[in-house]
Design a protein around this ligand. Structure first.
Ligand SMILES: Nc1ncnc2c1ncn2[C@@H]1O[C@H](COP(=O)(O)OP(=O)(O)OP(=O)(O)O)[C@@H](O)[C@H]1O
Ligand SMILES: [Mg+2]
Length: 215
């Protein structure tokens, strides 16, 4: 069956992980073979990079160093995980990918968008997603969800460096994502993430089903 590379994007707490789990179950129930992965941290080397990238201890990382670690993670992940899974005919569901770099490092941190596009192209090495689900939500709501999730899991409330960022930062990142959706209307599908988990899951299924039917 046809391989498909689907990425999930959106600010913290929009429900990316929740919806990937739902979509994975639905695809498996339809007999599809699915590979769930994420960035950063989808490969063995990436897991080490993820720890460095998200640790609150590394608050002194400069924006360019941060960028290159994300790109290193992506290059390794594409070659070691994404490409082989697609070659094996699997549907790859990836929690964050190249759009996160543009949204967070450009809109969020202020690096130049054209530079990020060029560096992303190097890291992705031709393996762009077939489809990107962009979960869109007000940052107040997303962060509240993410913080209560962390509390429920017994973690420090602001578990990672991005959760500890200001609301203004996340509002810029959201706008960065919305601009990406305008730039790439064929690849990126915008989904309102303010509804219930089930409503969003249905919207995501409809988009994916249409894409699978289209072949
Ligand atoms: N539609 C929804 N309505 C209410 N709560 C939700 C909804 N979707 C997810 N949640 C809850 O919000 C929290 C955050 O969801 P989730 O972890 O899936 O978000 P995420 O986008 O993966 O966040 P992060 O970027 O931090 O990984 C979880 O506790 C989840 O159960
Ligand atoms: Mg998540």
């Amino acid at each position: 069956m046809a391989a498909l590379f689907i990425t999930f994007e959106g600010i913290e707490g929009t429900g990316k992980s929740t919806q990937i789990t739902r979509l994975e179950a639905w695809l498996r129930s339809r007999g599809r073979s699915v590979r769930v992965t994420r960035e950063p941290g989808g490969s063995r080397i990436g897991a080490e990079l993820r720890r460095m990238l998200l640790s609150l201890e590394n608050n002194d990382i400069c924006p360019r160093a941060e960028l290159f670690l994300y790109l290193a993670d992506r290059a390794q992940h594409v070659e070691q995980v994404v490409r082989p899974a697609l070659a094996a005919g699997e549907i790859v569901l990836c929690d964050r990918f190249a759009d996160s770099t543009v949204a967070y490092q450009s809109a969020g941190r202020g690096l130049e968008e054209e530079t990020l596009d060029a560096l992303n192209a190097q890291a992705v090495n031709g393996q762009w997603p077939d489809l990107t689900i962009l979960l869109d939500l007000a940052p107040e709501v997303g962060l509240t969800r993410a913080l209560s999730r962390n509390r429920a899991e017994g973690k420090t409330v602001a578990e990672g460096r991005f959760e500890a960022e200001s609301l203004a930062f996340h509002a810029r990142v959201r706008q960065g994502y919305l601009r990406l959706a305008e730039r790439f209307p064929r690849r990126i599908r915008l989904v309102d993430a303010s509804g219930s988990i089930e409503e969003i899951a249905e919207a995501v299924r409809d988009i994916v089903e249409a894409r699978l039917d289209a072949g």
